[in-house]
Write a protein that binds this ligand. Structure first.
Ligand code: CA
Ligand code: CA
Ligand code: CA
Length: 396
């Protein structure tokens, strides 16, 4: 048995600056070869997620599937990308196909201190994670359940009671915002966001939802790559993205699995209900700068050099559509919708915004909250020097 003793000091966290893109979520990993490791983790240091004695470190369990050995992380203007290599099979769970009711769960987790502030969010040990660290606000996470993929979701931990999570938390979610505040591991909102900016609140073991978070696992199960668009973390009450280029975040990666596949449980003669040997391995946290200056040639070639308004999606649409646009530098812009007669219907954005790709959603209502009639509408993006227009079709 080997247990690592890790004394964390935030000021000593390695700063990982990666400027990379061109990561494709395809279960092939040559696209990660240029990214340096954020963490090289010890093998065979998996611990019992359920037991975290006061003042101590949790006990060891044998569970190779959750044993992290390497973590990488990178971003481009729109997305965060994570990579984990494990000793065993990432995402392996049991299923109930034999009628044994061993529907296993497995979590692939990047926990993030999004405001680089230890006083907001929760403490990792409260979730049974080790090594411990403070100030974690949000997760980008994938749940595997019952033999397969279940959800790719975001989690917000800024709540101190279930009631708070279920009232303020859901109101915030409805408004697309996250209020960063002290929180506890036990209370959170958890949601899957879709391409059209709609979302669904999920719980563990829920039905399968394919949202904007994607993951691919290698054929042998030892490696996996995840992509989570930054806009899925939602916005601050001021309307800024929670995570955006130009800021520091702290990141901790974890793998966690329910007990029926652990070697310890098997050795203990696991039968459903008799043992629950949840195991997890948490990589040491690292400090990460979300770069706004991607260096890759492919990214530079693909990035527009001027204000760009992308086609909305979906189009035609019948309730809401997502409009995205790109700003080459910080700029005050307006984004407005006009009807076919040239009447201004609504102003969606009128603000100074950072460089990069921005998304906003339009729910087919005018500025008075009235649902409009079917027809052609025009999106107009206007910057200091350029104006871009894009027609779209609303069908009730
Ligand atoms: Ca890949
Ligand atoms: Ca490990
Ligand atoms: Ca925090």
């Amino acid at each position: 048995m080997r247990i690592r003793i890790v004394i964390l000091n935030i000021s000593l966290l390695p700063v990982i600056v990666c400027a990379q893109n061109g990561i494709v979520i395809d279960g092939q990993f040559d696209d990660w070869s240029a990214i340096s490791s954020a963490v090289i983790d010890s093998a065979d240091d998996v611990h019992d997620t359920d037991g975290y004695p006061e003042g101590g470190s949790p006990s060891y369990v044998e569970y190779s599937d959750v044993d992290i050995i390497e973590v990488k992380f990178t971003n481009d203007a729109e997305n965060l990308y994570g990579y984990i290599k494990a000793t065993g099979e990432i995402g392996r769970t049991s299923s109930d196909t034999l009628g044994h009711e061993k529907k296993g769960r497995y979590y692939f987790i990047f926990t993030i201190d999004v405001d680089d502030n230890d006083t907001t969010g929760y403490q990792l040990k409260d979730g049974g994670y080790y090594p411990d660290s403070r100030g974690y606000d949000m997760n980008m996470e994938v749940e595997f359940y019952n033999g397969g993929f279940n959800t790719g979701h975001y989690i917000n931990h800024e709540f101190t009671s279930e009631e708070e999570a279920q009232t303020q938390g859901l109101v915030d979610l409805e408004n697309g915002i996250v209020n960063l505040a002290p929180g506890s591991y036990d209370y959170y909102t958890q949601w899957v966001t879709f391409e059209d900016s709609s979302y669904v609140v999920v719980e563990d073991r829920g039905p399968v939802y394919q949202g904007i978070i994607t993951i691919a696992v290698s054929e042998d199960g030892h490696e996996a790559e995840i992509k989570a668009p930054m806009w899925g973390f939602l916005n601050t009450p001021d309307g800024d993205r929670i995570i955006d280029v130009g800021q520091y975040i702290d990141i901790s990666a974890s793998l966690e699995g329910s007990g029926e596949l652990s070697e310890s449980a098997a050795n203990a003669g696991y039968t459903p209900g008799s043992h629950s040997v949840w195991g997890s391995d948490t990589a040491e946290p690292f400090h990460y700068f979300v770069t706004g200056n991607p260096m890759s040639i492919s990214e530079n070639m693909s990035q527009p050099t001027q204000l760009t308004l992308n086609p909305n999606y979906p189009n035609p649409f019948n309730s809401a559509t997502t409009i995205s646009y790109y700003l080459p530098h910080i700029e005050t812009i307006s984004l407005k919708i006009y009807d076919i007669t040239g009447r201004e219907v609504i102003t969606l954005v009128n603000a100074k915004q950072t460089a990069g790709t921005h998304h906003t959603s339009w729910n087919s209502q005018d500025k008075f909250g009235q649902i409009l009639s079917s027809g052609i509408y025009i999106t107009v993006l206007e910057g200091k020097k350029l104006k871009k227009i894009q027609p779209m079709i609303f069908v009730k």
